[in-house]
Design a binder for this molecule. Structure first.
Ligand SMILES: Nc1ncnc2c1ncn2[C@@H]1O[C@H](COP(=O)(O)OP(=O)(O)O)[C@@H](O)[C@H]1O
Ligand SMILES: [Mg+2]
Length: 374
């Protein structure tokens, strides 16, 4: 499951057999084994309710695991209170103290830790410089924009040089442009400071942008832990294929399996050759996954070779500035997306493909994954 995990930087955090239930019946974290390396930026990604925040709260010490143990730098931390774990935290709602100035907010973790006044002053100044907010040091949180408040929360989490920083949807309240800008700023801070970050988001593009590795959560279970490119190229099941990036699904039945490939009869007619990623054998139901940018459209009548050639009917095209999408009906899937590459033949450009037109699509067997039925 953990392809590519050959490097062996020491684990700073280890979740071992962690389970959590709030009501004594339903496990919201089912059996978590996860190593987080020193210096790593790891993201817990998954839909709402999948157990991300609960996992983060157990690491922070605000929730207690029902079973299992968490290790921080090889020491079990079940009985270590939150303020002794040396962990900085950033939440979506900033959680700044409204009656304190920006400088006082940032200084707060230092006063809790009884840092000397001179050192605290120097550190606050450096933190303000880091977030480029020195001139605003004496304002109060209510006098700042959302983005500025989140920078202050970030500075407050980093000011005491914690060995670990946890962030739970920290950019969720910001608009898209600011969110993208802050993603890069946080990433840069991670790189320059060499800190270990555990980041929680439900936004797959945010996770892909920022992370060294991503743990994909669903229903309290980690589905896959991998680098962003590996998750995109080699999802281990339909959930991951669906959650990461755009994805076309075709339902079918496995006819034959030969080494890494299988031949699949489509429920909507026709047959294709696919990589046998997660199928039990001949006769099994499968859900095929094909990325929109890995499909080519060929005009009706044009000759094309290859094992994967399917008739398609154009539904419409969508112009998106830097590229366009064709929406096709393929083997009963009426929302099959094909990314139209810039520079394609004129007859295949946006605006040239007419609704109702019959075409063919082709894709390589290695770009078509046979997975568990969705
Ligand atoms: N304090 C709590 N008490 C009871 N149930 C909770 C509590 N916190 C979370 N849950 C439940 O646990 C599940 C996982 O929640 P959470 O960890 O917040 O997921 P996520 O952060 O992925 O959205 C959800 O079903 C949620 O309703
Ligand atoms: Mg959450």
């Amino acid at each position: 499951m953990e392809a590519g995990m050959v490097t062996s930087a020491p684990a700073l955090v280890r979740f071992s057999g962690i389970q959590k239930t709030y009501d004594g019946e339903h496990l919201v974290v089912k059996n978590l084994d996860l190593d987080i390396r020193k210096g790593e930026f790891i993201t817990l990604l998954g839909p709402s309710g999948s157990g991300k925040t609960t996992t983060l709260m157990m690491l922070a010490g605000f929730e207690v695991p029902t079973h299992g143990e968490i290790y921080l730098a090889d020491r079990p931390i079940k009985n270590v209170p939150p303020h002794k774990r040396d962990i900085g935290m950033v939440f979506q709602n900033y959680a700044l103290f409204p009656h304190l100035t920006i400088a006082e907010n940032i200084a707060f973790p230092l006063s809790v830790r009884k840092t000397s006044k001179a050192e605290a002053q120097e550190r606050v100044r450096a933190a303000l410089r880091m977030i480029k907010m020195e001139p605003l040091a004496h304002r109060r949180p209510g006098q700042l924009s959302g983005g500025q408040q989140q920078r202050v929360a970030l500075a407050r989490a980093l000011v005491f040089n914690p060995q670990l920083v946890l962030m739970d949807e920290p950019l969720g309240a910001l608009d898209k442009r600011l969110r993208e800008q802050m993603q890069l700023e946080i990433k840069q801070l991670h790189e320059t400071m060499g800190i270990t970050v555990v980041y929680v988001t439900h936004d797959q593009s945010e996770a892909l942008t920022m992370s060294d590795r991503i743990a994909v959560f669903n229903d309290g279970i980690v589905q896959q832990i991998d680098r962003p490119d590996a998750l995109y190229e080699h999802p281990v099941n339909s959930f991951v294929a669906h959650f990461i990036g755009e994805n076309n699904v075709l339902a079918g039945t496995v006819e034959t399996v030969e080494k890494e490939y299988c031949r699949v009869a489509l429920a909507g007619g026709g047959a294709v050759t696919a990589r046998a990623v997660n199928v039990s054998g001949a006769g099994a139901s499968t859900s095929l996954s094909v990325r929109p940018e890995r499909v080519a459209i060929v005009p009706d009548g044009a000759s094309s070779e290859g094992p994967n050639r399917l008739p398609a009917r154009v539904q419409n095209t969508i112009y998106l500035g830097d590229h366009a999408l064709a929406v096709l009906n393929v083997a009963g899937n009426g929302e099959f997306m094909v990314k139209l590459q810039p520079g394609t033949h004129d007859s295949l450009r946006h605006g040239s493909l007419r609704p109702g037109e019959n075409v063919f699509i082709t894709f390589r067997p290695e770009d078509c994954l046979a997975l568990d039925p969705a």
